[in-house]
Design a protein around this ligand. Structure first.
Ligand code: AGP
Length: 654
């Protein structure tokens, strides 16, 4: 969604602002702009479309000045055209804004009745006129003007303003949407001050940063000792700066064509990082942060999330119910408030799953849980995020920054973290013994190696994904099927392909086809089955017979045993993707370790409900082929892999 950058330097700021806007591109946007103070006058350049178009405008008409603000806009109110691009400005001040001013219509009416003229269709422009009015009313007292304006604005937003004639000063406020303030030491010892809508936008610039809390506002100057930060009650608060974390975006894409490719490929090593962080070598069991409840007191876990994170929560529902006997309610965050969930503190807790930790729908759902008095857990990738701050416990997923809009490593690290959460719950509730829990853990440690095998030929011309990708790329509609724990992976696979290749795709529970969707089947609709050779395989195979006999081109994603069973069963496969067989890998390990007393427990050992660790490993491993196929299909279609149209990485509006 919208990205904000602000900068005060002793040197011209236009080029560093442009570079920072590029770092904000990953958030998703459809126009961009910047403004600087040139000898006290506000000058601005804007353009619809990508940053490269703004760059061309700047080449023709450069901007000068050492104080400036920049913005990438994801349209909410008003089309993505130049007149709606930020900064919005008049002769007095310029504003960049992220979020929505919900009462903008009444404010606009009030301001227009006073004779103030609007140039855009945006909600953001009311901030310009409100601030201007308060600056006029308060004889140019900017701090007072800013204080007066904030309570008039309803909604969730962050904003930064720059004032004509006031070089070296920026005003910024956080009301729901994140805003970061930072500083660095310039070449000659002078200081540089920054605002950014996330830490990533300031990577390579700021050396020290502070996240504004909700309701806080700041008057930024180049030097930290001259800058002022105020809390929601307008009381001054000290700047407790922290060192800027090292950001992957600063390191770039390496040899990869896109961030998505890089993020897919790094999964084996990222999974190892997650397991090292989560597993206790002494007990050989998972290690979680201290929780404000006991698993044995919990009857229900409520989970909420959006998009890919929602599918991770769905997988966890299967796991927690089967392995730990905890009832799990999973809600799409944007819907939770529109039903009447039965929430009670005591035996119920809640978890919000989010890569960014800033998704507004998830934040609002979380507030509902908290209002009902439930203890809350944030399963997030960004530990400083709003969702993390709002929860009682933070479970970081350790994926590292994810830049591609299509979530990949964030999803699989959510799954791994949820697997560790489930094992802890199962162990503490007595559903898995210590020995069983350790043997599950040891099995999970095979996953990075299995992932590496799966990724071996990713990108190579002889890749086994090529045939399936060609088939999918030619289609207008695609169906993804899965059963049991593979069903959420089918949903995720369908989301992934529609996000980045714009092919219409839907995920279904394999058994649901005959209840309606099978009417869609003909030879133009490829059907991809996510079907590890597991306890549900035979039933899924029957469903594949049903669609194949109606002309569907079936793509089977399974192990060699699954593919052989399909061939023997006479299902004509149009393409096949063969994954390492988890069961065989575990059996070999157990054989090799037979002599060891410690490893007496079979890793495939089943729990009381007959589920084994395979049901934990499969959804994690089988996420890779659906990511790879979406990526490869997008390449074939020539779409923008990292920044697909209309999408934003962090969705900060409801
Ligand atoms: C995933 O590929 C999507 N871009 C999207 O569905 C995403 O997962 C969703 O918006 C939730 O984001 P979050 O995890 O940052 O809350």
């Amino acid at each position: 969604m919208c990205g904000i950058i602000g900068m005060i330097d002793a040197k011209p700021v236009a080029l560093p602002l442009l570079a920072a806007l590029r770092r904000l591109e990953y958030r998703g946007y459809d126009s961009a702009g910047m403004a600087t103070l040139n000898e006290g006058r506000i000058e601005r350049r804007r353009s619809e479309g990508k940053i490269v178009r703004l760059e061309k405008v700047l080449q023709k008409e450069p901007l000068f000045g050492t104080t400036g603000i920049g913005h990438t806009r994801w349209a909410t109110h008003g089309a993505p055209v130049e007149k709606n691009a930020h900064p919005h400005a008049n002769g007095t001040l310029a504003v960049v804004h992220n979020g929505i001013i919900e009462n903008f219509a009444s404010l606009r009416k009030e301001l227009e009745e006073e004779g103030r003229r609007f140039e855009s269709e945006t909600d953001s422009e009311v901030i310009v006129h409100l601030l201007t009015r308060e600056v006029e009313r308060n004889d140019g007292d900017l701090a007072l003007a800013c204080r007066e304006v904030l309570p008039r604005l309803k909604g969730m937003f962050a904003l930064v303003a720059m004032f004509a004639g006031k070089e070296g000063l920026l005003f910024g406020a956080r009301c729901g949407s994140p805003l970061v303030l930072g500083f660095s030491d310039g070449d000659k010892g002078e200081s540089v001050g920054y605002f950014g809508s996330d830490a990533l936008s300031l990577s390579g610039l700021a050396e020290r940063i502070v996240y504004l809390h909700d309701g806080e506002w700041a008057l930024l100057r180049a030097r930290e000792e001259d800058s002022q930060l105020f809390d929601a009650n307008n009381a001054p608060r000290g700047l407790s700066l922290q060192p800027m974390p090292v950001m992957a975006v600063a390191l770039g894409k390496g040899n990869h064509r896109h961030f998505m490719e890089k993020e897919i490929v790094e999964q084996p090593s990222v999974w190892s990082d997650v397991l090292s962080a989560r597993l206790d070598p002494a007990t050989r069991r998972p290690r979680l942060p201290a929780l404000p409840f006991l698993f044995r007191d919990i009857s229900t876990l409520h989970m909420t999330a959006c998009g890919t994170a929602y599918y991770a929560a769905l997988v966890a529902k299967y796991w927690l119910e089967a392995f730990a006997g905890i009832a799990v309610e999973v809600d799409v965050a944007s819907e939770l408030r529109y039903r009447a969930p039965v929430l009670r503190s005591g035996d119920q807790v809640a978890m919000c799953v989010s890569q960014s930790g800033e998704t507004m729908d998830s934040l609002e759902a979380l507030r509902l849980y908290r209002k009902a008095g439930l203890k809350t857990i944030a399963l997030v990738n960004v530990e400083q995020s709003s969702i993390a701050r709002l929860c009682d416990v933070v479970l970081p997923t350790h994926a590292g920054p994810e830049i591609g809009v299509a979530s990949t490593k964030a999803f699989t690290t959510q799954l791994l973290t949820l697997a560790c959460f489930t094992l802890t719950a199962a162990n503490e509730r007595g559903w898995l013994s210590n020995e069983q829990t350790s043997s599950f853990v040891e099995a999970l440690t095979c996953l990075p190696g299995l992932a590496a095998r799966c990724l071996e030929k990713f990108g190579a011309s002889e890749s086994q994904f090529a045939e399936a990708a060609q088939l999918l790329a030619r289609a207008h509609d695609v169906l993804y099927l899965g059963r049991g724990v593979s069903y959420p992976i089918a949903l995720e696979g369908a989301l992934k392909i529609k996000e980045i290749s714009y092919i219409h795709a839907e995920g279904y529970a394999a058994g649901e086809m005959k209840h309606g969707p099978i009417a869609l089947v003909d030879d133009s609709v490829p059907i991809l089955a996510v079907a590890p050779y597991d306890r549900w395989f035979a039933k899924t195979l029957s469903n594949l017979h049903e669609v194949a006999s109606r002309g569907a081109k079936v793509i089977l994603v399974s192990s060699a045993r699954g593919v052989a069973a399909a061939d023997e069963g006479g299902v004509a496969l149009a393409a096949r993707v063969v994954l390492p067989d988890c069961e065989e890998v575990l059996a070999k390990r157990t054989d090799a370790d037979k002599s060891s007393e410690e490893n007496k427990t079979k890793e495939g050992e089943e729990n009381a409900r007959g589920w084994s660790v395979l049901e934990m490993m499969h959804p994690i491993l089988y996420s890779l082929p659906v990511q790879i196929l979406a990526h490869d299909v997008a390449l074939l279609k020539g779409t923008d892999v990292d920044q697909p149209r209309n999408l934003a990485k962090s969705v900060t509006v409801e």
